[in-house]
Design a protein around this ligand. Structure first.
Ligand SMILES: N[C@@H](CCC(=O)N[C@@H](CS)C(=O)NCC(=O)O)C(=O)O
Length: 204
């Protein structure tokens, strides 16, 4: 049985939807970061960065970092068909986009959300946020280009990289003219399992 530490409006959506689509049994433990529960010593023992999500594997191994969770889960549950086979060229493309999103996009989203953490000058936070806004626009434009012909990152096949993209797209006020992003958004949320989990995290 997996154990996923999660909260609404967090990146826990990405490993959670992969666990659900893989049909993997999982206990879900809510960590209310708005109430500071992610700073509790018990949680910090699991995730020293005090971040959500944390995934505990059935053998007790603790994983932090949402992208590492995805990479593990897609290989542990190959029958779910959420990633190309390890060693294939398509898998290299999958890994590339997952890492691109985790490092660049997720990183910039955190600079938007917590700009004061990225400067020693209290007056510098608005500048950090503005630079992060520009970086996010640039990264999404690059991803929109990669989604042609699409509709998914790897073409016709939906993978966990698209589900990771859906998480990040939720936090981006994308313009309708960015058609590949809107098309992908609609395609992913047309799956009832994805829509239901997305609602658990991001609506209400
Ligand atoms: N690199 C981490 C980032 C996780 C992260 O920063 N999560 C946010 C929620 S989406 C968080 O825990 N924020 C609370 C805080 O940093 O105080 C990952 O990919 O898992």
């Amino acid at each position: 049985m997996y154990r996923l530490y999660w909260n609404k409006d967090t990146g826990a959506f990405a490993p959670d939807i992969v666990l659900r689509l893989a049909g993997a049994p999982c206990e879900r433990i809510r960590v209310d970061h708005k109430a500071g529960e992610h700073r509790h010593p018990d949680y910090l023992r699991l995730n020293p960065m005090g971040e959500i999500p944390t995934l505990v594997l059935p053998d007790g191994t603790v994983l932090t970092e949402s992208a590492a969770m995805i990479l593990h889960l897609v290989d542990a549950h190959p029958g779910a068909g959420l990633a190309p086979s390890p060693g294939s060229a398509d898998r290299a493309r999958f890994d590339r986009w997952l890492v691109f999103m985790a490092v660049n996009l997720y990183g910039a989203v955190l600079r938007q959300a917590y700009p004061e953490r990225f400067t020693t000058d209290p007056a510098g936070a608005p500048g950090v946020r503005e630079a992060a806004d520009r970086a996010v626009d640039r990264y999404w434009a690059l991803i929109a280009d990669a989604l042609v012909p699409g509709p998914f990152l790897l073409g016709e096949r939906r993978t966990a990289a698209d589900l990771y993209l859906l998480l990040l797209l939720t936090w981006y006020d994308f313009r309708e003219e960015m058609t590949p992003l809107s098309t992908l958004w609609d395609r992913l949320l047309a799956d009832p399992a994805v829509a239901e989990t997305w609602s658990d995290y991001f609506s209400g």
